[in-house]
Design a protein around this ligand. Structure first.
Ligand code: HEM
Ligand SMILES: N=C(Nc1cccc(CNC[C@@H]2CCCN2)c1)c1cccs1
Length: 362
């Protein structure tokens, strides 16, 4: 079938599912399908109405197989910013997103949707993986900061970015307009909430001078709804503690804190069977939970998150929808077998609307 026929079919599939869920009549559905068919045949594409875009973004979250946080899919705050055209205007909307989502620590899940891909071209693109993230510097024998940011940090420096080279330098936003040269935007420090990591029983942990940022905002994925691609649609939720305590701060290739935590705990790090690494790991995750609680920043522990996911499974069944999921990503990296997720299987079929990886912008 031609490009237009393929798009018409994808649009019809989406409108039927979306209008059924919103309990809109068959007539409204058929009328809208006719209207879209006409627009596609005349222009090669079609434009979502805001209510379709809003529900589509929620359906995309609900279909995200790797996400344990899907119980709240219908509470997503959607900002429709498809009339934004310049990088400067986009920067203003990204600052608004950060402030709305942070909400002084009572995090609100949100997505800001910028113009869709048209004729294979992206009107706007963010080059950052997340709106807030730490820089990484490869100083030969040692890495300073977040090793996953080394390549992006080098690119920022080539674009003229200067920094203090601490382990926690907040990266600038890199926003590209219409395939042109990308522009750098520094986020106001006061806008970025961070959490110092301390432990209720081990005061010495504070001496590590470790912190993490409050709100994870993914800015490099493509949202697909009814055959339309949205290459710039940053979305945030809140963290599950293991992401910070068992991966970002624990991985050898990241901040590699387990040996330091073990020393503070006075553990015997000479033998594996003392399980010192496991003890250090659990205490680091306890510290992360404690620190975000102290700072009044929303965070969920992996047991609560798993229980919420169980509720999501029940609610979806009641709604007559099959839950799809990616077991490998859904089990938490700490004590996975203590959750129900570990002991069952999930159909990893990828449905649309959904969020996908996309080619790096250039
Ligand atoms: C509200 C709190 C939320 C929690 C606690 C949560 C938790 C998680 C966790 C722990 C992961 C695995 C991340 C990793 O291992 O790197 C994940 C993946 C994912 N989440 Fe959620 N999530 C939340 C909200 C959201 C929202 C609002 C969206 C989108 C609207 C979303 C979409 C996704 C997607 C697309 C992935 C897969 C990312 C990838 O493939 O790299 N989540 N989520
Ligand atoms: N809690 C979150 N964590 C999350 C969700 C999606 C993607 C990511 C980043 N994942 C990429 C890293 C790097 C490879 C494996 N994990 C984190 C959320 C981020 C945005 C909304 S929820």
């Amino acid at each position: 079938t031609t490009h237009d026929e393929k798009l018409i079919n994808e649009a019809i599939t989406f409108i039927k599912a979306c209008y059924d869920e919103l309990q809109l009549s068959e007539e409204q559905q058929q009328e809208r399908i006719n209207e879209i068919e006409k627009e596609i045949l005349q222009t090669g594409s079609y434009t979502h109405k805001t209510f379709e875009l809003t529900h589509g973004a929620k359906m995309a979250w609900r279909n995200s197989n790797r996400c344990i946080g899907r119980l709240l899919w219908n509470t997503l705050h959607v900002f429709d910013e498809r009339d934004i055209q310049t990088a400067d205007e986009a920067f203003d909307k990204l600052k608004r997103h950060i402030e709305f989502a942070t909400n002084n620590g009572k995090i609100r899940s949100a997505i800001t949707i910028f113009p869709p891909r048209m004729n294979g071209k992206d009107p706007l693109r963010i080059w950052n993986h997340q709106l807030v993230r730490y820089a990484g510097y490869d100083e030969g024998e040692q890495v300073i900061g977040d090793s996953t940011s080394i390549k992006f940090t080098k690119m920022c420096q080539e674009l003229g970015w200067e920094s203090k080279k601490t382990p926690f330098d907040i990266l600038p936003l890199v926003i590209q307009e219409d395939g042109k040269a990308p522009k750098l935007y520094n986020l106001p420090e006061e806008m970025i909430k961070e959490v110092p990591i301390t432990h209720p029983d081990y005061p010495d942990l504070k001496k590590l001078g470790v912190k993490w940022y409050a709100v994870p905002i993914i800015s490099d994925m493509r949202m697909e709804i009814g055959g339309i691609d949205y290459p710039m649609a940053p979305f945030n939720g809140w963290y599950m503690e293991t992401e910070i305590g068992a991966r970002n701060l624990a991985d050898e290739e990241r901040y590699n804190l387990l040996p330091k935590v073990a020393e503070i705990l006075g553990l015997d790090t000479r033998s594996n069977h003392s399980l010192w690494m496991d003890k250090a790991l659990v205490e680091l995750n306890i510290a992360v939970l404690h620190s975000y609680q102290e700072a009044g920043v929303t965070l969920v522990d992996h047991h609560t998150a798993a229980k919420q996911f169980k509720s999501f499974e029940r609610k979806e069944k009641e709604s007559g929808r099959e839950v799809t999921g990616n077991w490998v990503w859904l089990i938490p990296p700490v004590s996975p077998a203590t959750t129900h997720i570990f002991h069952k299987r999930y159909n990893n079929q990828v449905n649309v609307p959904n969020y996908f990886y996309q080619n790096e912008p250039s």
